[in-house]
Design a protein around this ligand. Structure first.
Ligand SMILES: [Zn+2]
Length: 207
């Protein structure tokens, strides 16, 4: 798979949550933006995982502040805001996509990969390296959302496995292309410690 890149704006002063009547949405605090470059190389910490693991208001605000908005048409229609309800719907789509592309059943994986690449939102771009006077092609994603779709594709193509933390239910990828062992059960050192303490407490209770 080609290298995938994205240059994506985020709001320098962060994102806030607004609750008004029936509308619940995330909005940038100010208009000040800065552009952050991304490159899909290793699958150690994909944005798609941060995205689907953002299951609280605070985590969603953190995701949007840190990574920017998704870049989907309805954000424009809503004046640069993202409705909480849409955030959740797109999370479900990315989660299901990742479950499909990383399926142990190759048939399901290939079918889902085909679907994901049906309407690609990236273009082939070219890079010049002065160092060795060479040209190299790469894919440039057009939005943050489509960059995450391509991460799901990369996870599938590299036959990564989607696991879930037995302590906090966060999703993570395992397998030799991800830097995480296949028998991993817990998402982070923090959950390892917490699970260890829990087991100890349970054992004490049992005595
Ligand atoms: Zn965890």
């Amino acid at each position: 798979m080609e290298t995938v890149r994205l240059n994506w704006p985020r709001y320098r002063d962060g994102v806030k949550h607004i609750e008004a009547d029936t509308l619940s949405e995330f909005k940038p605090v100010t208009d000040r933006q800065e552009v952050v470059p991304y490159e899909l190389a290793k699958l150690k910490q994909p944005l798609a995982l941060d995205f689907i693991n953002a299951d609280t208001k605070e985590k969603r605000i953190a995701f949007l502040s840190h990574r920017g908005f998704l870049g989907l048409p309805h954000e424009k229609e809503d004046g640069g805001a993202l409705r909480v309800q849409y955030f959740k719907e797109w999370q479900e789509i990315i989660r299901d996509l990742l479950i499909g592309t990383t399926s142990d059943d190759p048939k399901v994986a290939v079918e889902t990969l085909d679907q994901a690449l049906e309407k690609p939102r990236f273009k082939l771009s070219i890079d010049y390296s002065a160092e060795n006077d060479s040209l190299k092609t790469f894919h440039e994603a057009t939005t943050l959302y489509h960059f995450m779709v391509l991460e799901c594709v990369a996870a599938g193509v590299r036959r990564a496995h989607l696991g879930r933390c037995s302590h906090c239910s966060n999703y993570f990828l395992t397998g030799h292309t991800t830097g995480h062992r296949a028998d991993k059960e817990l998402c982070s050192p923090r959950c390892k410690t917490a699970a260890h303490r829990q087991r100890k407490r349970d054992a004490e209770k049992g005595n």
